[in-house]
Design a protein around this ligand. Sequence first.
Ligand SMILES: [Zn+2]
Length: 315
Amino acid sequence: MKKIVLVSVGIGLLVWLTVDQRHYLFYQAARLSGGSPPALIDAVDELPSTVWFDDYYTVDEIGTGTFAIGETRYWQQNFNYLVVGEHTALLFDAGPGVRDIRPVVESITDLPVIFLPSHFHYDHVGNGTNFAQRAVVDLPYLRARADGDELAFTKMEHLGPIEGFPIPTWTVDHWWAPDQPIDLGGRSVAVIHTPGHSKESISLFDESNNVILSGDFLYEGMLYVFVPGSSVQDYLTTTQTLLQKYATTDVYYGAHRLTPPGPPRLARQDVAELEQTLLNIKAGELTGSGLYPKTYYVNQNISILADPNFLHDWK
Ligand SMILES: [Zn+2]
């Protein structure tokens, strides 16, 4: 009898640990099965207006003075965005660092460039230390743990070891509060705190083009809501914030592409359908398919990858 109780307690403990540490276990499994960036994929035809900088980077002007810098041969098909003002340029995301992005940026502008990541995952901050100035969203928990302006990313924020990228420590030159207008000269942008994919995730509002650059919060393909720091509740709250506060902004550009050609352009309607999908999941009307993570269908361009319903952290 005693033995049965001990075995039951042991199994219970193991199940609890697996559930409690599921995001960490998934990271470890990805790290053990990866370890280096996969081989580059073949280049495909892009838009007639797309300019190839070299055999890796593409450039598209998506609005006046706003450029999408594509890495369509990297397996995650990243898109980074350069917003050029009269005295300052802002680079929003810089890819995984498979190749140096600075020469592309310098081919577009000779203004001082501030680099701002949409979040700290390795496939967005890889070239971060190549720039003289770095900006980070000013969130109390990040400020509290920074040593002055020295900010070390955690393993679970960066995830770089999955593809063999070292975890950096940054000197932060600018701490930008959410919603604070950033003057680039003749135009301004604003950081929008958009948690859901990760706690520190931000989007960027390009006011002069009325466009939101949405990072990993919204892009074509499968949205990762099962990585450390992600939350379906945060995702829902953020969709509602965007729909209410940016009711007249119809155009979004994400950080990853699903299908060519050109940068991944999305619409306010996608945010509305994402909100509805999350509400359906919350109501228990949508249970997802697959084992783990579950796939929840949003529309033909977007799905959510997340925990099964019983593990969701709704408030
Ligand atoms: Zn990410």
